[in-house]
Structure formats: C-alpha cells, structure tokens
Design a protein around this ligand. Structure first.
Ligand code: MG
Length: 361
C-alpha cells in the first residue's frame, strides 16, 4: 500500500512523506474478511523490520503455516509464530486479522476480545522535527486549537532544548513529552536531565539505544520527569528485565513492536501491575491499524493518552469511509460494531494498492 501523508513527518532517523506498508487480508470460508496492518516501514529504520522482510516472512512462513492449522485461531497462530525469531510486525498483522475475524464471528467489537471497556480513549499528538522553533510553535498551536491536550515533540541532538523551550514559552501549562527514538549516547544523560527538568517536560521517551538499559536506569533515578521505553521493550522478558533494572517509569506499547495485540495487552498489564503508567504508541497507521490501536487503548491498563490522533493528523484519506475524528476532551471514540468495527473504503483501498499477493491453502 502507499498513502501520501498530509505533511512530511521527521524523526531522529529520517523523513517520511508517504507511507509504504502492507495490509494482511484474511478471507474466511464464510466470506468474512479480517484485516491486519503491518506497521513495518519501507526501510529498516525504526527497527530491523521493513516492508520487504515482512512480505518475505509472511508469504514464506506465517501465512502458509496459518493455512495448514486445523483451527486457525489467534492462540494457535501465536504458537506457530513463536517458533520463529523476530518479525514481530509481520506476526502482529496476522494476529490482528485473526482477532478481527474472531470478533466479527462473535458479533462483538474487537475491544471486547482484549478486555477493553472504555467507550472513548484519550489521545495526544506527536509532532515531528520542524525546520525552525517558530514553525514548531505554530504547528503545536494548530494542534491545540484542534483540541489536542498533550503534545509529544520528536527530538534529537541539535534539536532539543531550544525548540522545546520555544514551545514552553508559548504554552507555559502545556503537558509536553519528548521522544528521541534512541538518538542520544548515554553520555548525554546529564544534558538531557538539565533541559528536560528546566523546561518542565513530563516525559522523555527512549533517549538511548534500545539495548542501553543501564543508561535509561541512570536517567530514571531521581528524575523529575518520567522516562519512557519504546524500542527497548519487545517482549515479556525485555519488559521484566527493564522493570527489574528500574529503567522505566512509563511504557509505550505498540502492537507491531511486541508481535500482536494479545502480547500488547499482556505487557500493559505487567507494566500496570508494576506501577508503571502505560499508553498506546503509534506508527503512522492508516485507519485500519488506527482502529486496532483504539480498541487496545480501551483496556483499563492504559492510563496515559496514546499517540492515536484523528485520521486527518496524518492522511487526507486513511482508507476508511468514516475517518476517526477528535472528540471532546482530546478523545477518539472506540468503534462499537463487530470486529474492528470500521468500514473500509473500497475506492480508497484500490487507489492505495500497489501490489497484491495471494497465498492459498
Ligand atoms: Mg517512540
């Protein structure tokens, strides 16, 4: 699939102006369709996965394996997929599509299958790196006018204290989070601590490389802000180790990164039980992946607003007949229909499709 973004999105690892991604569509014998979005990016920049590696592992292992299962349900697929290392985003897309199908069959929204209860979920907006602090302040102002209540600013060495200070000056009471996507060396800890404290930043996300658990633990100690892990937590053992090392005081849960909605919910519970606030992260999903994230965020463990902005934050057309719009109190409504509960636009889908590959039993 290829979808043009409303505006280019820049993080510490690069700029995206159009999103290339895979959709998994499972066709059941009863004619129902289950959908899963694979959030792997065109290039392996966020993690080692890419569109190409996902397509390969899906068509070579996950989908043929799924078709051979006597009972192709999410639990059986999870067992099958566990034999293979990594490829979490590809795996998550299949599990999501299976959950969609299963929930449709039961006539219940997907949120119910993963323990979701809320009818609306609180969301925030993630703002990419801009060409100047003034531009960033204007951009933030626009989102606040739209109704978002907390913003997350992407930062990196050379784009941190100054732009964040500009936003703080313009909005003295705003809840500001920052996310570095691993861009700093551990030696930058003191500097980060200084500017983030001085500017009243509420949360610093993944400043150091994913395996630098000790560096995150050092930053966490006595910090007046939360230290959030994203890329470092890919499964239950990595979360347990990070918790034991006290390397986080906030947890970003992404379905793709951890290999599926079921694991995502499990990690959220684990974090919550350990007293760490949990929230749902985003990967510039189309409406299909966004819908899944909204269902997930309706589970009670998620206590901080997710990166789940309305459809028009990223796309003019996000593949849905009825896009997600921002509601009162910076919220999105959890779809109530069976499965994902969204209506996919055939026309938009055709327009965004670049190639189709079919795997048959
Ligand atoms: Mg992040």
């Amino acid at each position: 699939m290829e979808l043009p973004l409303v505006e280019p999105f820049e993080t510490s690892f690069g700029v995206e102006d159009r999103r290339r991604f895979l959709l998994v569509r499972l066709e059941a014998r009863d004619g129902r369709l289950g959908w899963g979005e694979c959030v792997a990016t065109r290039e392996p920049l966020y993690s080692s996965e890419s569109v190409a590696t996902s397509e390969w592992v899906l068509s070579r292992y996950f989908l043929p394996g799924l078709l051979r299962l006597p009972r192709p349900d999410p639990a059986a697929f999870e067992q099958l997929a566990r034999r293979f290392r990594g490829h979490h985003m590809a795996r998550a897309a299949v599990e999501a599509a299976l959950l969609d199908l299963e929930a449709q069959r039961r006539g219940r929204p997907l949120s119910a299958s993963i323990g979701g209860r809320r009818r609306r979920v609180e969301v925030g907006v993630s703002v990419g790196i801009q060409s100047s602090p003034e531009r960033l302040v204007r951009r933030v102002g626009r989102y606040l006018d739209t109704g978002y209540r907390r913003v997350k600013l992407k930062v990196r060495p050379g784009w941190d204290a100054r732009p964040v200070a500009a936003v703080r000056r313009a909005y003295p009471d705003l809840e500001i989070w920052v996310d570095a996507n691993q861009a700093y060396r551990p030696t930058a800890a003191e500097r980060i601590r200084t500017w983030a404290s001085r500017l009243g930043v509420a949360q610093v996300e993944q400043p150091f490389p994913e395996r630098a658990i000790r560096a995150h633990a050092d930053l966490t100690r006595g910090a007046p802000f939360r230290v959030c892990l994203d890329e470092s937590v890919v499964d239950r053992p990595s979360l347990d180790d990070a918790l034991a090392a006290r390397a986080l005081t906030s947890l970003n849960v992404k379905v793709g990164r951890v290999g599926g909605p079921r694991t995502a919910r499990g990690l959220a519970r684990r974090g919550d039980r350990a007293g760490v606030p949990v929230w749902v992260g985003g990967m510039l999903e189309s409406g299909i992946g966004r819908a899944l994230n909204v269902h997930l965020a309706s589970a009670p463990e998620f206590s901080l607003p997710g990166d789940l902005s309305a459809s028009d934050r990223y796309y003019h057309d996000d593949l849905l007949e009825r896009p997600f719009t921002l509601g009162p109190g910076s919220t999105l409504e959890v779809p109530r229909g069976p499965g994902l509960g969204v209506e996919i636009s055939e026309r938009s889908l055709r327009r965004a499709t670049r190639r189709v590959r079919t795997v048959r039993p």
